[in-house]
Design a protein. Structure first.
Length: 388
């Protein structure tokens, strides 16, 4: 048996995906044509949102979402430490200050009790955040009903970072319908559930927020007469009415996304099947399996096991040496050098730090075979045995 490398995640590209991309290359529009609006409408419909705004990455979409919510200097954005740096960097792009809310020690998403306590203290200190960004880690929705109840009592806006969770459900309804948030952001990076190479998309039920994100995405330029400060000079006319960026998605990316979206349900079904299989196969090993909140039905972007901190590095190394592409999601953002330089320090968010000391993401993607999954399980068992 050849021991080929098994990555922790990878894209699934078919001949149909390739054909969809090639077809666009043979049309007149490589950008600003029909594919992007079609992709936006399809994603919005799939997740039950009124509006979808596609961008060149989830990072851009998070920035545009913060801009649409008027986040700026003097404001605060809070997210969790256990996330990719983009979830908090979006606040810094707007000139806001960033702080963190620790994760729940079982679900690894934003702790409702920590949020509640921190909001109470912030109100007393006059430092309430304008925006919070809960993250649906691994594809499991944060406890959005409780988070929104607590946050909205203080007038705080909510952006869901759903980069891991297109196709996931929360209380039986799709993540992305924004019933407990203002805006939801998805990522289509190749390791995520569906891909557009690079790409992201923001959904919202609010037409005004959607329009603000469209302006942020394309230089703050409008061609709509009713958005202009004075009447157009002529049919060539456009006006820049706000400061925007070039965050547009291409037609090629949107065509790939549309093609991928037709397989979203089968991707998520296979990920759920593999996760259930891991739950069974790993049940007797000395690892902590991922706990699921009863309100959620995860899209299983990641499958994370926890091993005792004193064996963590050895188990990680043994798996890598055996050709198993394990990874660690995530290093707590507040411990990154850039954030330490702002004054953050180790010890501030104990649950996120304890998780970091023990977490290992093991391979999970729609194209993972049962046989390869069995090999991951066997290697993990071996690594745990020899490090005992
Ligand atoms: C991948 C990811 C992002 C950034 O997505 P890009 O599309 O790569 O910009 C943001 N937040 C989380 C939680 C992610 O996993």
């Amino acid at each position: 048996m050849t021991n080929t490398f098994i990555p922790y995640g990878r894209q699934d590209i078919t001949d149909e995906d390739v054909a969809a991309v090639v077809e666009v290359l043979q049309t007149d529009f490589l950008t600003q044509g029909p594919q992007v609006p079609a992709f936006e409408a399809a994603v919005a419909e799939r997740v039950g949102a009124a509006h979808g705004v596609a961008m060149n990455s989830a990072t851009s979409a998070l920035h545009a979402a913060c801009m649409a919510l008027d986040l700026g200097p003097g404001d605060w954005l809070w997210t969790v430490p256990t996330t990719f740096v983009a979830s908090s960097n979006c606040g810094l792009y707007c000139g806001a200050q960033v702080d963190f809310v620790d994760i729940d020690h079982e679900t690894y998403t934003m702790s409702v009790s920590a949020l509640s306590a921190k909001l109470e203290a912030a109100q007393a200190a006059g430092t309430l955040p304008k925006v919070i960004v809960p993250v649906h880690l691994c594809g499991q929705s944060a406890d959005m009903e409780a988070i929104s109840r607590v946050a909205r009592a203080y007038g705080v806006k909510i952006i869901e970072d759903a980069s891991h969770s297109i196709g996931a459900d929360h209380q039986g309804l799709p993540v992305g319908d924004c019933r407990y948030s203002d805006i939801t952001v998805f990522s289509f990076h190749p390791v995520k559930i569906i891909t557009t190479c690079e790409g992201g998309l923001a959904t919202t039920q609010d037409a005004g927020l959607a329009r603000k994100m469209e302006l942020a995405r394309s230089h703050g330029i409008t061609r709509e007469a009713d958005e202009m400060t004075h009447a157009p000079d002529g049919p060539w006319y456009y006006q820049q009415v706000t400061l925007g960026y070039n965050y547009r998605m291409t037609e090629i990316q949107a065509a790939l996304g549309l093609s991928q979206l037709t397989r979203l349900d089968s991707f998520v079904a296979r990920r759920r099947e593999l996760a259930a299989r891991y739950n069974q196969l790993l049940a007797d090993l000395p690892v902590t399996l991922p706990a699921q909140h009863p309100d959620t039905n995860s899209s299983w972007h990641l499958y994370v096991v926890r091993v005792a901190a004193d064996r963590h590095a050895a188990v990680f190394d043994a798996l890598r040496a055996a050709g198993i592409g394990v990874n660690l999601h995530y290093i707590p953002v507040h411990t990154q050098p850039y954030y330490r330089a702002m004054g953050f320090a180790e010890g501030q968010f104990p649950n996120a730090e304890a998780y970091y000391a023990e977490a290992i993401s093991i391979p999970l993607y729609a194209g993972l075979s049962d046989a390869d999954q069995d090999r991951v399980v066997a290697e993990l068992a071996k690594a745990l045995a020899v490090t005992q």
